[in-house]
Design a protein around this ligand. Structure first.
Ligand SMILES: Cc1cc2nc3c(=O)[nH]c(=O)nc-3n(C[C@H](O)[C@H](O)[C@H](O)COP(=O)(O)OP(=O)(O)OC[C@H]3O[C@@H](n4cnc5c(N)ncnc54)[C@H](O)[C@@H]3O)c2cc1C
Ligand SMILES: NC(=O)c1ccc[n+]([C@@H]2O[C@H](COP(=O)([O-])OP(=O)(O)OC[C@H]3O[C@@H](n4cnc5c(N)ncnc54)[C@H](OP(=O)(O)O)[C@@H]3O)[C@@H](O)[C@H]2O)c1
Length: 389
């Protein structure tokens, strides 16, 4: 049984270990429409141990440009001391804005602070209306449209005080990332597969806080990544290497399966017992870890099915590959294969689940409801496991 070492328990979200960023490489080739990075940190000196299937929590910092924008528009001194109630600690205002405040979206409470300080007039009235009962949809839209520095810049007349932010903004929360390496293979290094979030809101650029922190902000070589281990209870490999595994992981969902395969190879897994379904946009640009998978395939250690969604007119997804191989997928399930799904929760995991229901229903010649109950049983028995986000 897995036991937590004292060191593993020493670090948590309130007391993270500062890991060194040792490598960052783009996984997509030139011409890709996505940005996904292979990020490696070093745990040297932490005593932390991890298992394939575990994740790390990362406590990001905000982009200093956002902090500078706030300090400049309010003409505040970043060295000013502020007290953070949540951590019962004093910080310089700059450090608090960098590490503690969610600057991506404001809160109703923050808007109420602004209303209180605004002089009477049209702007105050408009903002008051937005925060009244019945206008929740408009309020949500406003909060999604403007980040904290932008809201502050919209209402310079409010002449805010730093404490208005400290008492009313949401905390900056950690983000989880699946580990893409096995410690038996990589020692103190931890690998991640990180998709950089970028989007536009009404022409204004938005960057995902933590993916921007990892993929761009932190310098390689800097011991500046605050991390803590988030162990998994169930998303683990079977001890017995003769148990077959079916791994379904499009996009960044492939991360834990790289860890699984490193570990299985280390434990001398038998051939024909590991099956990976991977998908991304284009084979030419987005075939993450291609060499590693192809090497395992050539050694007979991995069966690989690929779904490059945008290489043809009709979308091809991992579930289409599962369906094409349904007779064998069913045979593997009957042979006791563990099924793992990792990646997008909103659409992919649901569609894969529906596909598995169809496969079980057709192959076992049972109704869809009975197939659903069968899969529920597999989930209860930890034979069908998901790590989706
Ligand atoms: C168990 C677990 C494991 C995970 N493993 C990984 C992993 O291995 N790799 C990985 O990359 N991620 C992984 N994630 C997701 C990761 O934790 C973060 O959620 C992700 O990196 C985004 O964080 P961020 O801070 O960069 O973005 P945030 O600043 O949190 O921004 C994301 C938010 O931006 C908004 N948004 C995003 N796109 C758009 C859009 N097009 N239009 C409008 N709004 C939009 C949405 O509100 C979204 O919630 C995992 C999550 C969990 C729970
Ligand atoms: N907003 C952003 O900029 C951004 C960027 C990256 C990730 N994310 C989010 O982060 C999570 C993981 O993203 P990721 O980078 O790992 O990749 P992803 O967005 O999950 O895409 C990986 C592959 O899965 C395909 N896919 C889309 N819908 C699917 C479905 N219903 N069933 C099966 N496959 C499907 C995609 O195809 P198509 O794309 O061709 O449909 C792509 O080929 C997702 O929740 C995603 O929404 C957001």
């Amino acid at each position: 049984m897995y036991t937590f070492s004292a060191m593993t328990l020493k670090y948590d979200r309130t007391n993270p270990f500062l890991a060194k960023l040792v490598l960052r490489e783009r996984l997509n080739k030139t011409g890709s429409t996505k940005e996904t990075w292979h990020v490696v940190i070093d745990l040297e000196g932490s005593g932390l141990t991890y298992r394939p299937g575990d994740s790390f929590g990362i406590l990001p910092h905000n982009d200093p440009k956002l902090v500078d924008a706030i300090l400049a528009s309010c003409q505040w001194d970043g060295d000013l001391s502020v007290f953070d109630e949540r951590s019962h600690s004093h910080f310089s205002l700059r450090e608090w804005l960098l590490k503690k405040a969610n600057l991506a979206s404001c809160t109703r409470k923050f808007l109420l602070e602004i209303i209180m300080r605004l002089p009477e007039g049209e702007k105050k009235e408009e903002l008051r209306k937005l925060t009244e009962a019945g206008n929740e949809d408009d309020l949500k839209k406003f909060i999604h449209s403007w980040n904290v520095p932008e809201v502050i810049a919209l209402y310079p007349e409010a002449a805010l005080h730093p404490n208005d932010l400290v008492t009313s903004l949401q905390p900056l929360l950690p983000r989880l990332y699946s580990i893409a390496s096995a410690q038996s293979c990589e020692g103190n290094h931890v690998h991640f597969t990180v998709s950089r979030v970028r989007y536009d809101v009404a022409g204004r650029k938005r960057l995902g806080i933590c993916s921007h922190f990892l993929c761009d902000m932190i310098e390689v070589g800097a011991p500046k990544v605050p991390v803590y281990l988030q162990s998994t209870r169930d998303f683990i490999l079977p001890e017995d290497t003769s148990v077959p595994v079916i791994m379904i992981g499009p996009g960044t969902g492939v991360a834990p399966f790289r860890a699984f395969m490193q570990e299985r190879v280390h434990r001398k897994v038998q051939p024909q017992k590991s099956w990976l379904f991977f998908g991304e946009r284009h084979r030419e640009h987005d075939f993450f870890y291609e060499e590693y998978w192809q090497q395992l395939v050539s050694l007979g250690l991995l069966r690989l099915d690929l779904a490059f969604s945008r290489d043809q007119e009709e979308k091809v997804y991992v579930q289409h590959k599962l369906w094409e191989n349904r007779e064998e997928v069913w045979r593997w399930i009957q042979d006791g294969a563990k099924i793992y799904v990792c990646g997008d929760a909103e659409r992919m995991a649901k569609d894969v689940d529906n596909c598995l229901q169809q496969i079980v229903s057709e192959q076992a010649k049972i109704s869809l409801d009975a197939a659903k109950a069968f899969l529920t049983g597999l989930r209860r028995e930890k034979q069908y496991l998901r790590d989706v986000y």
